[in-house]
Design a protein around this ligand. Structure first.
Ligand SMILES: *[C@@H]1O[C@H](CO)[C@@H](O)[C@H](O)[C@H]1NC(C)=O
Ligand SMILES: *[C@@H]1O[C@H](CO)[C@@H](O)[C@H](O)[C@H]1NC(C)=O
Ligand SMILES: *[C@@H]1O[C@H](CO)[C@@H](O)[C@H](O)[C@H]1NC(C)=O
Length: 325
């Protein structure tokens, strides 16, 4: 259960509170129960160190020396060793992905934000269900269904979790299996017909399906190609090395990160890019609810090979809905 538990960042603001007060609040907020006093003492020590690290980091943020800040999350009583390998690694089979090349336009837009223009629905909360692959793929599908078919409907992540038996339900999965499932199934149910339940269950598909796919397209693994594709196509499904998100609370992440395909372990929906105070960023939607990060979104340093953001970019190419009249 501790794997894939809910991420829930709370920004540390009330400075008058002692560490002990924060500890009590932490235990209440995240319903923490420890087996015995020794275990609680051990966890409190870890929390103290974490708390101090967050305070020091956020003081640097306040002084303008960092571009992102951290928060207490439900993982704040875990050691570095325990949080390493927190997310399952993502291994896509890309053999039937069709590579696409995107020309750099004469006027590259300074910023892109598809949130208001492409049926990007608010961040879901995966809870204890490690299914970031599903939220990322349905997000890309929802965007294309809107941009190609003018249909704005939230689609079923749970259908991918329950029905795609090549993935591991709530124990991880990947985009390639998800796209293959969508192609075979002829699209996905709406979220309303097949809502998210935070745990795996029996597959129970209803007949009404949306967003039938022709094939999966992939984008050349550079940030320039990713930028061009995003601007032209709409929201893109990506995977990153994401262990650092466990204490991210806002801003543009510029900390250390691995940029290797075999380390990708968290999928997200890339919805934009921009620049703030001279720092370029990618804008992504997470799957940890709207109270995490920046209302469910997070930002990552752009044009710096961060976290492998460009290494597994993909989007679904849809079968356009035929007009019946
Ligand atoms: C940009 O600067 C403003 C004003 O100093 C600050 O509030 C904001 O947090 C900064 N943003 C980043 C990403 O550093
Ligand atoms: C898209 O759908 C909306 C509402 O469903 C409709 O008002 C609009 O005319 C449609 N746009 C196009 C280009 O078909
Ligand atoms: C991802 O897809 C590949 C190829 O289909 C598969 O071998 C692998 O097990 C999948 N990974 C997960 C985590 O499901």
């Amino acid at each position: 259960m501790k794997l894939f538990a809910l991420l829930f960042a709370v920004v540390v603001t009330a400075e008058s509170l002692t560490v002990k007060d924060h500890w009590e609040k932490f235990k209440t907020d995240f319903d923490k129960k420890y087996q015995n006093i020794a275990e609680e003492t051990r966890r409190f020590r870890i929390f103290q160190d974490k708390f101090q690290e967050i305070e020091e980091h956020n003081a640097r943020y306040t002084a303008g020396l960092e571009t992102y800040y951290k928060g207490i999350t439900r993982f704040s009583d875990l050691t570095k060793e325990e949080t390493q390998g927190f997310f399952k690694k993502i291994h896509d089979d890309t053999t039937n992905w069709v590579p696409k090349t995107f020309e750099t336009p004469a006027n590259v837009p300074d910023q892109v934000d598809w949130r208001e223009k492409a049926a990007v629905f608010p961040a879901s909360d995966e809870g204890n269900c490690g299914a970031s692959y599903a939220f990322s793929v349905t997000g890309a599908l929802e965007g294309q269904n809107y941009l190609v078919n003018n249909i704005s409907v939230k689609l079923s992540d749970q259908q991918l979790v329950d029905c795609d038996h090549n993935n591991a339900n709530c124990q991880g999965g990947n985009q390639s299996n998800s796209y293959n499932y969508i192609m075979q199934a002829g699209g996905l149910n709406s979220f309303d017909d097949y809502p998210f339940r935070k745990h795996p269950g029996d597959c129970r598909v209803v007949s009404k399906k949306y967003a039938a796919m022709k094939y999966t397209a992939t984008v050349g693994a550079t940030e320039e190609q990713l930028r061009n594709a995003l601007a032209e196509i709409g929201p893109i499904s990506v995977s990153i090395y994401g262990d650092w998100v466990l204490d991210y609370a806002g801003g543009i992440y510029t900390g250390s990160c691995v940029n290797l395909v075999q380390y990708l372990d968290l999928s997200a929906l890339l919805v934009g890019y921009g620049v703030e105070n001279g720092t370029k960023y990618w804008l992504l939607r997470g799957s940890f609810g709207r109270k995490w990060g920046e209302k469910g979104y997070f930002r990552l340093l752009k044009d710096a090979n961060m976290c492998g953001v460009a290494l597994r970019a993909s989007y679904p190419v849809l079968e356009p809905v035929k007009k019946t009249r």
